[in-house]
Ligand binder design. Structure first.
Ligand code: FEO
Length: 400
């Protein structure tokens, strides 16, 4: 049985959900599942905007067949060639041999890399700014490289002013029947996951996202259709402003994320002492994470959100506990910047963790180390309280 919805008079949502997948990209936990959007435009010509992941191919084909109702599929626009969206290209060419696949030069390079079938008669290569008329609808293609892969395009439908935005403005989380953001409790159900999706998947490419946002300034947009998550048709500045902030690596609010890597609870205790002292000074909205317990994607998402972060790590094999090392290297790889950072370490002999964390944080852009980093020898003793208090005082001052 098909599962389609109209998004406007002649445009249909033909995507679907996956609530079984454990990890997106086999890396990121998705407790609320994920959706793969695809949109079908019926006009003098028919055009499908992207395909879906292989997990929901059967439903997808059923959806398309139902909407086409015997018509041929004239165009398949590929805005993004990552396999969560392009798993059905060969199947569509087999079913609709006259179909033209619309993509840019890079799109076709990637189709050739992922697929092994002859699509030479089905290619329609477009360049940035070119248009394709379907009848009443007119598609304009904008290349937006590295949002999130080099071949990515936005497609803007000029008549209804709908932006098909590839991964941009999307989120983890399956759709629960409601396909429009304004029909959901977005702030409570999707926002945290939208931030986790952005920061971990696209976060590295802030500069390119900024370029894409600048391109969009020339267009009036009534609706944003991302490949993941619900559709934006109201209050578009909400998500555009979030993307502007996220891609400039600007924190959304004052607050502290405290992350520790602790073997026997000693650096954990130190972090708890610091959090309690900050709370007593009036700091609100702090998050404390055990790096061994919480998937780093959630921690990274909160580092994206908040202005301050404190890392506490035990020394391990004369280096860093590898969960912490991996987190720090990942936020560096994602180009995280513009945060105030506190560092504390521990070790029983020859502690190294503060030194190593300082080196990693020091190699990142606009990451200011505040408060005097300190090491705890084995466990924190009462006589160290003065050092902790000084650290907390200095850290607190940088928040306000
Ligand atoms: Fe949803 Fe970059 O793929």
């Amino acid at each position: 049985m098909h599962s389609v919805q109209k998004i406007s008079e002649n445009i249909y949502w033909v995507g679907g959900n996956d609530r079984r997948l454990e990890r997106f990209e086999n890396m990121f936990p998705i407790p609320n599942g994920v959706c793969y959007n695809s949109f079908l435009i019926l006009d003098e010509k028919t055009a499908l905007m992207d395909t879906v992941d292989t997990a929901i191919s059967r439903l997808f084909i059923e959806n398309i067949t139902h909407v086409l109702n015997g018509r041929d599929l004239d165009y398949l626009v590929i805005n993004h060639m990552e396999p969560d969206h392009c798993a059905n290209i060969e199947e569509l060419v087999k079913r609709y041999p006259n179909i033209k696949i619309v993509g840019n030069k890079k799109t076709f390079q990637f189709i050739g890399q992922f697929y092994d079938f002859d699509y030479s008669m089905n290619m329609l290569e477009v360049k940035d700014g070119e248009t394709l008329c379907l009848g009443r609808h007119n598609l304009k293609f904008m290349t937006v490289p590295m949002v999130h892969w080099p071949e990515v395009m936005f497609t803007y439908e000029e008549t209804e002013k709908i932006l098909f935005s590839a991964d941009a403005f999307g989120t983890f989380g399956a759709l629960a029947g409601n396909i429009f953001c304004d029909e959901t409790d977005y702030d409570h159900y999707y926002l945290e996951e939208a931030r986790r999706y952005y920061s971990n998947i696209v976060g590295k490419y802030g500069q390119q996202v900024q370029s894409a946002l600048k391109k969009l300034k020339d267009y009036e947009v009534n609706m944003i259709c991302s490949l993941h998550g619900p559709i934006w048709r109201e209050n578009l500045p909400y998500i555009l402003n979030k993307y502007d902030k996220w891609s400039k690596y600007e924190p959304e609010k004052n607050g502290v994320v405290l992350v520790y890597a602790s073997m026997y609870g000693n650096i954990e205790n130190t972090i708890n002492v610091i959090a309690n002292k900050l709370a007593q000074k009036g700091v609100k909205d702090m998050r404390v994470y055990d790096i061994s317990k919480t998937h780093p994607s959630y921690i990274i998402s909160d580092i994206w959100k908040y202005s301050h972060v404190i890392f506490g790590s035990v020394t391990y094999n004369m280096g860093l506990y590898y969960g912490m090392e991996s987190l720090l290297n990942e936020i560096k790889a994602l180009n995280m910047q513009n945060r105030k950072v506190g560092l504390v370490g521990s070790g029983t002999w020859s502690p190294q963790s503060v030194k190593i964390m300082q080196e990693i944080i020091g190699s990142m852009k606009n990451m200011d180390i505040v408060g005097e980093p300190f090491e705890v020898t084995s466990s924190m003793k009462q006589e160290q309280e003065e050092v902790v208090d000084k650290f907390v005082e200095d850290f607190f001052k940088s928040i306000n």
